[in-house]
Design a protein around this ligand. Structure first.
Ligand SMILES: [Mg+2]
Length: 201
């Protein structure tokens, strides 16, 4: 079969970014995260940052896991604005899946491929490029919104075929079971049966 197929298989699949919890990253020896922007941290073209994303970023900070945004966006002003509101660095001109952007990101984070995770929603950019460099790769699926750049909509068709093929071959990872949402945990504390602790993952 086509050997490069393995380049699009992520190390892990999560259905929400919060499932890539700080504890679960630490458990895998991850000390630094490169993250995509559109349809990963915020919906496509959006400037809205959800409370979950802020909570997730705060948890990474507490665990001393560094993070940088690496986006292929053609709107650097929007990227800058979002990164500043999140209080995290970003890099421009990334051109995923080409390796230079990932290397610059790791340079900024002071990390190596072994200790770095890439999180994104697209297999042919975020995942493929990072796998090629030996990073830990986390695919967010489904993506935050179905609104996308027209080229991405086209690429998604190929993505779907490739995932179907890999699933049939038993080579596509099973998504992580969703963790209890942080806000649900907070709300349940002091109510019935405790159940307050989020699973350590
Ligand atoms: Mg994206």
């Amino acid at each position: 079969m086509i050997p490069s197929f393995k380049l699009i298989v992520p190390s892990r699949i999560v259905t929400r970014i919060t499932d890539a919890s700080a504890a679960s990253l630490r458990q895998r020896g991850i000390a630094a995260v490169i993250t995509d922007l559109d349809n990963t941290l915020v919906p496509w073209k959006s400037r809205e940052i959800s409370e979950d994303v802020f909570d997730w970023l705060a948890a990474l900070k507490r665990e001393n896991i560094k993070i940088v945004i690496a986006s292929n966006t053609m709107h650097p002003k929007r990227l800058k604005e979002i990164a500043e509101r999140m209080d995290i660095p970003y890099i421009l001109g990334v051109r995923k899946p080409w390796p230079a952007g990932y290397r610059r990101s790791m340079q900024l984070l002071g990390s190596t491929p072994e200790t770095t995770a890439m999180i994104g929603d697209q297999v042919f950019t975020d995942i493929m490029g990072a796998n090629a460099l030996g990073l830990h790769t986390i695919l967010l699926r489904p993506q935050l919104s179905t609104h996308e750049f027209i080229w991405t909509i086209f690429v998604r068709q190929i993505e779907r075929l490739a995932i179907g093929y890999l699933t049939a071959q038993g080579r596509w990872p099973t998504p992580d079971a969703p963790a209890v949402p942080a806000h649900a945990v907070a709300a349940s504390v002091g109510t019935e049966k405790s159940g307050g602790d989020a699973p350590a993952r």
